[in-house]
Design a protein around this ligand. Structure first.
Ligand code: SF4
Length: 160
């Protein structure tokens, strides 16, 4: 699975309702003005086996934590990425999974992602909308959780 530098991040009340291992998508060919993720494209690009990532998850996450698939752009991750992610979630018994993507979702890609990923995790969340500098933040409620999103164009939903 081709990714850039995974890292562990605590839930600080922003972006996802659980502590998380952040997996950085490999690519983005959109050119949004003021992109906040330009530096991520300089992170090393590595081919991980599912087993290596499952070991990383086992060593870093405890039971109520999960994965976040973040910038660059999920829908530009290449052929087979969704299927590899599903195999990883299943093999590592991932309970919570959040995908970040932009406002102008590739509808077919997201429909396919939901179809493949929802059966292998307990909770699948999708956060849409890129960060817009200067926009007000937004508080969203998801069940028992409250999350502050960095700009008010963004949305966050659990897929049931
Ligand atoms: S989609 Fe995200 S990563 Fe890609 S250019 Fe836009 S803001 Fe940057």
């Amino acid at each position: 699975m081709r990714l850039r530098s995974p890292f562990y991040t605590e839930n600080l009340g922003t972006d996802q309702p659980y502590n998380s291992l952040m997996l950085l998508c490999p690519h983005c060919d959109f050119t949004c003005p003021g992109c906040q993720n330009v530096h991520l494209a300089k992170e090393p690009l590595t081919d991980f086996s599912i087993e290596e990532l499952a070991d990383l998850i086992a060593s870093q996450l405890i039971c109520d934590e999960g994965l976040t698939i973040g910038g660059l752009e999920f829908t530009k991750s290449g052929e087979g990425f969704i299927q590899e992610l599903a195999r990883l979630c299943e093999s590592a018994s991932v309970k919570n999974l959040t995908i970040y993507t932009r406002e102008e979702i590739d509808h077919d890609y997201i429909v396919e992602a939901i179809k493949v990923l929802k059966p292998v995790v307990d909770h699948l969340y999708i956060k849409t909308g890129r960060y817009i500098a200067g926009a007000p933040s937004k508080l969203v409620t998801l069940g028992d959780f409250q999350i502050t999103l960095a700009s008010d164009n963004q949305n966050y939903a659990e897929i049931n």
